[in-house]
Design a protein around this ligand. Sequence first.
Ligand code: RB5
Length: 163
Amino acid sequence: MNPKTILIGNDHGGYDLVPHILKLLDEKGVSAKHVGSFSGEIVRYPYYAAKVAGAVSRGEIERGILICSTGIGMSIIANRFTGVRASLCTSTYMGKMTRAHNNSNLLCLGGRITGYLEALDILETWLATPYEGGRHDISLGLIAEAEKVLCNPGGWTPEEPPR
Ligand code: RB5
């Protein structure tokens, strides 16, 4: 897969936002791939988080997007993957700052929290804002150091159960 491809995962709470996200990325010429879920049927968000956060963690892609009802569950599970810096953003300012200071590589959105226009604005800003580096490298280095002790680099690749 092209490492620049943005993988998008969601549960039932994030499903309605996905078409808006795909449209924006298409208009911007950004390669994107939706890995599910593909309906409003109730599913378990950790499976979809594992697909996207796992790909980021393994270095297969540079960035991903995860959407559930609040964005909280997705951010909790995604941040357990080594090398993933998942950011739950509810404002454009958060989208900007998490790129500039945290070098965020995974954007989490709340499909039932953030309206789609605001969500698209957050995404555009998150895509466009570069990491500042400098003093922020110190904190990111500490996170990487903590990961060596706290995270299993083998990752987690669960199979989605049959419906
Ligand atoms: C599903 O009902 C909901 O719990 C999920 O979408 C997410 O918001 C969890 O954090």
